[in-house]
Design a protein around this ligand. Structure first.
Ligand SMILES: Cc1ncc(COP(=O)(O)O)c(C=O)c1O
Length: 483
């Protein structure tokens, strides 16, 4: 038997999942019983005093009192002091099981010692940055190429957002076409042209405050999984300057919150070939989390360009980049002296030795330990356990996973869309608030999730950790109304 290489042990039955999600959205909300919710909120008042006072101070100088978009702010952000393996500790000494994983990069577990030691070694010799070439740039690029052969060349940048910006620029420069098509609801970072159809499919410029309409004039979205709608856009775009690229997250938007049928990526690949557009895989989340070969290896699809982030530096700063066909990536040539021929990108700290070394050693460790598969097994155990709890308490909630990416939909807010604008207008706020409450209740029970509906597992999540987590989840899920 060959060893399992990818994190997904069994591809989710998307027809069944959408049926369950539809049922959830058709039901009234099942929030936590009011008295229990009050108890959960009391936790924050009585056990998180130092977090609270730090946050009160931060409110005066930091917008919203916290810098990271994924930090919980209901009822207020918790300040973290220590991270190790599967756990985080806050400044008041409370311990949490960490299923946020900083949004996905720490798949070896938090603050993983073997990588930390290598980073410290590098810092002691060359420091974090010189602005010149360092051997680890080369080593990291070669390693990525070994794992993902479609990445013939690689250009490192500061974040996933920057990687997406570069991929789009490169695609336009190479194809000499204009339009970029994305999937409605998908998040590809916060650059001007990508804040379009964000989170909720069909909403176009709803979140584009501060972005001139010209910046999104050549961005288009299509409803998730609608290959027919994508084809129609590609046809129309022939008259409108052509489609430079289709960009997508290979498991579906928002880390697969709306999962794709297994053959979706292949169909999009075929359409891109038919219309002479590049296919950009945004593997910011899936890159190395689904397996060292990424989602492209798992699905067996070769994108023209791949965007990287998160795992590429193993949780260390400046995680981003773009790779792919040499003839496209070549246009990002760096160094002093320009000819006007290149697609301009840059960054003072891009590809600094610290990030490159951290990425290089983290990826090697992930390969050595088979971390994507171990994290995937933890994701399977967590998901199966959640499904059993949901069934036991006869709840309409939905749990599913793509390996170490786990979705627990209780309010269904992430599944609303503009197909039904009235429902969206009426239900967005209460469903979002319920998700916030669920997140706060999990947190008060010692579980950190992503916004109360998504989780990432890591190699550090042993069976014991997952079973401890399931106990805590059961406490919360058993306290919702209407069972
Ligand atoms: C799929 C996807 N693309 C791009 C980004 C942006 O990456 P970054 O936050 O590094 O700018 C994210 C961030 O969460 C993401 O999930």
């Amino acid at each position: 038997m060959t060893a399992q290489k990818y994190a997904i042990s069994e591809y989710p039955d998307t027809v069944e999942i959408y049926a369950q999600l539809k049922n959830l959205l058709g039901q009234p909300l099942h929030p936590i019983q009011r008295a229990r919710m009050q108890e959960y909120l009391t936790y924050f008042d009585t056990r998180c005093n130092r977090s609270k006072s730090l946050n009160d101070e931060a409110q005066k100088i930091i917008p919203g009192g916290v810098q990271h978009n994924l930090a919980f702010n209901y009822p207020f952000p918790i300040a973290i002091e220590k991270a190790d393996g599967a756990y985080l500790w806050d400044v008041d000494g409370n311990r949490y099981i960490d299923f946020l994983q900083a949004g996905g990069p720490t798949m070896l577990g938090s603050n993983y010692k073997p990588v930390r030691d290598k980073v410290i070694e590098l810092l002691q010799t060359c420091g974090p940055v010189t602005g010149l070439f360092h051997e680890y740039e080369l080593k990291l690029a070669q390693l990525i190429n070994r794992f993902m052969p479609s990445v013939e060349m690689f250009r490192m940048l500061g974040s996933g957002t920057e990687g997406v910006m570069a991929a789009i620029r490169g695609a336009r420069a190479f194809t000499r076409k204009k339009k970029i098509i994305k999937v409605g609801g998908a998040y590809h970072g916060w650059s001007d042209s990508m804040v379009y159809g964000l989170h909720v499919p069909g909403t176009g410029r709803m979140e584009a405050k501060g972005i001139p309409s010209g910046a999104t004039a050549n961005t288009q979205e299509f409803f998730p999984n609608s290959v027919g709608a994508l084809r129609a856009k590609l046809i129309l775009n022939r008259l409108l300057g052509g489609t430079a690229a289709v960009i997508l997250e290979p498991v579906g938007p928002e880390s697969g919150t709306r999962p794709v049928p297994f053959d979706f990526n292949r169909k999009v690949r075929e359409l891109c070939d038919e219309f002479g557009s590049l296919l950009i895989f945004d593997e910011v989340v899936t890159g190395f989390r689904l397996g060292m070969g990424g989602a492209q290896g798992y699905f067996g699809i070769k994108p023209d360009l791949t965007v990287f982030g998160k795992c590429i530096t193993g949780g260390y700063p400046m995680a981003g980049g773009v790779g792919g066909r040499a003839e496209v990536i070549q246009s990002f040539a760096a160094g002093i002296g320009g000819s006007g021929e290149r697609a301009y990108i840059g960054g003072t700290l891009s590809a600094n030795p610290l990030s490159c070394a951290a990425g290089y050693f983290a990826l090697l460790e992930m390969e050595r330990t088979n971390a994507p598969v171990l994290a995937g097994k933890a994701g399977d155990r967590l998901t199966r356990g959640l499904q059993a709890i949901i069934e036991k308490h006869n709840l309409p909630f939905v749990a599913f996973n793509q390996g170490s990416i786990i979705h627990l939909e209780t309010s269904g807010v992430m599944l609303l869309d503009l197909h039904n604008p009235l429902k969206l207008a009426r239900e967005l706020k209460p469903r979002r608030h319920m998700m916030e409450e669920m997140g706060a209740a999990y947190m008060a029970s010692g579980l950190i999730t992503l916004a109360g509906s998504r989780m990432y597992t890591s190699m550090a999540d042993t069976d014991e950790v997952i079973d401890e987590a399931l106990n805590k989840f059961e406490g919360v899920l058993a306290s919702v109304e209407g069972q």
